[in-house]
Design a protein around this ligand. Structure first.
Ligand SMILES: CC(C)(COP(=O)(O)OP(=O)(O)OC[C@H]1O[C@@H](n2cnc3c(N)ncnc32)[C@H](O)[C@@H]1OP(=O)(O)O)[C@@H](O)C(=O)NCCC(=O)NCCS
Length: 210
């Protein structure tokens, strides 16, 4: 049954103002990741494309970045935090050698199990399709059942194992890939899943679609 005509979440490209919240979400989702991702560098990486999931109508206080001149002008008095739209998830894709490779995906803990991971995967696949990628690929910890279930739902299958891939506990990674994105079978599967998503949760505004 359709719950809402429009989801109160939207997907849009990551912006410089989002980096604090994205770093915060990364720390929550991947506490052992070291070093943390340098998102300022990722913003300049021309093979990288990031999306953020925005919760409409909710805000988060974020410390303002103050340049040296502004600090001098304010005599080092910190400015009050800025209210920014709450981000509830993010996704990063690297486009390389005909693949859209998901490098990161996370949803804030308190917003999980309400379709936002799925919305982000839809975003990855649509970005891959728009850029002419043959397939969407990724690596996941073999123990990461929620993530593997999410990808399997979207037609990813196991393409191999990278032994002892993760530095923190030497866990293996499963390599997953979709079938060829422009095959009729994958198009049918993806359209069915995307329609089912809209029916179940409502349509989300997707600002990365031109
Ligand atoms: C993986 C993650 C992004 C899923 O986000 P989410 O918003 O909770 O997922 P959704 O609500 O969209 O679920 C979509 C599908 O994923 C699967 N899934 C999600 N959470 C699951 C869980 N806890 N157990 C089993 N399956 C799960 C289900 O197939 C689900 O479909 P269904 O609702 O029809 O059952 C989220 O758990 C997360 O941020 N984890 C920490 C970061 C991480 O591990 N990232 C992946 C790195 S490879």
């Amino acid at each position: 049954m359709r719950r809402e005509a429009v989801l109160p979440y939207s997907l849009r490209p990551m912006d410089w103002d989002d980096l604090d919240q994205v770093a915060e979400m990364e720390r929550e989702a991947f506490p052992t990741l070291w070093p943390p991702t340098n998102y300022r560098r990722e913003m300049r990486n021309r093979t990288a494309e990031y999306l953020v999931c925005v919760r409409e109508g909710e805000y988060r206080a974020v410390e303002r970045r103050q340049g040296a001149l502004r600090r001098l002008f304010r005599r080092n008095k910190p400015e009050p935090p800025e209210q920014r739209r709450l981000l509830t998830g993010f996704l990063g894709v690297w486009h390389m050698a005909g693949e859209a490779h998901i490098v990161s995906i996370a949803v804030r803990e308190e917003y999980r199990r309400r379709g936002l991971g799925e919305l982000l995967v839809i975003g990855a696949i649509e970005m891959g399709m728009a850029r002419g990628a043959q397939v969407v690929t990724l690596e996941a910890r073999v123990s990461n059942e929620p993530a593997i279930a999410l990808y399997t739902k979207y037609g990813f299958h196991q393409a191999g194992i990278r032994r002892r891939y993760y530095a923190d506990n030497h866990e293996d990674a499963v390599i997953m890939t979709t079938d060829t994105l422009d095959s009729a079978e994958y198009r049918v599967l993806f359209d069915r899943l995307r329609n089912a998503f809209d029916e179940r949760y409502g349509e989300a505004v997707r600002e990365y679609i031109q």
